[in-house]
Design a protein around this ligand. Sequence first.
Ligand SMILES: [Zn+2]
Length: 348
Amino acid sequence: MNTFFIEFRDPLFGIIIFFVLIFVITFFSYWWGRYKSKEDSRHLDKFLRSFRSLPSKDELKVLINSGELSEKSWLLLAQSYFKNGDYEKAIEIYNELLKAATLSNPRDTMFLLGRTYFKAGFLERAKQIFLQILKDNPRTPQALHYLLLVYEYLRDYKSALDVLEPLDELNRETAGDSAYLKSLALLNDPNKDNEDKAEELLEMYRATHQLTYLVFEFLFRVNPALAWANFDSSKSEVLSGVLWYLDKKDLDFDIISKSAYLRELYSARGDISEAKSSSVFEFDVLINLKGSSNATLNFEYMCDNCKQIYPFVFNRCSSCHAIDSAVVEFSLTKDYHRDFSEENNSFQ
Ligand SMILES: [Zn+2]
């Protein structure tokens, strides 16, 4: 029987206890390490989640009224929501701030709220806010400017033109806005036909020499002959997008042959072969390809004022609201239209 047990004085017993202790300590330290790392990662996840989930409307109310954060901090937070395009959250903060009795400058906060409503597309609400600001402070040019934009977006051009008067009295530049709003009012007038609109637009253009793209895009669409008769070659570049997509039957080759830029543009398109090279890289490549490759021009438009780039043309920049600030930029792209028509031909 004694052979199965080891005496506790036996040195082997000590060695077994030693290894058992090592095993127990190793196991606990391994388990503790796993537990701690899991706990740390859960804590970090919870901490990061708290940034992703925004405070609810009720939580915001409590937080703002508790006064734990200063008014400036709330305004900065709302501004960062605004910049990230989270207009709903910015609106909630501004609304709660305006309800707080301790607000130091309600007019500025109201302006920020109106601007956010405008950006988020709540035009009626934005209009009410700006009208309310102007009721108490009629000489606020920023609010007048935004009210003009709201009326313009609501297509209430008459009211927008009325806003120009107080802006003019405050010595603000209004000539561009005036020409633009009058042109929009004319183009959206249901009582005039396209021929009358074309004539009146031209008359305005001759007086101001502004809004070249808006005027000539309309003229080339409704009356190409009238557009060519009044065409100013120095404006060819800004009109490249319109000229490039004109039907071949609507081209005036007499005018085209007199302008170096137009010769290069239509040689690049393949209608004529009068230009052998061009200072515009994209035209030059297309002229040298002579239609052998499936390439065409792609147009992008950059705002000369704020440098924002758009894939489509604009008359008023939606970012900085500048008028007539589009600068055309070319690039070469695959001609999907040609691909499509060749595929269709192969089926015939
Ligand atoms: Zn801009």
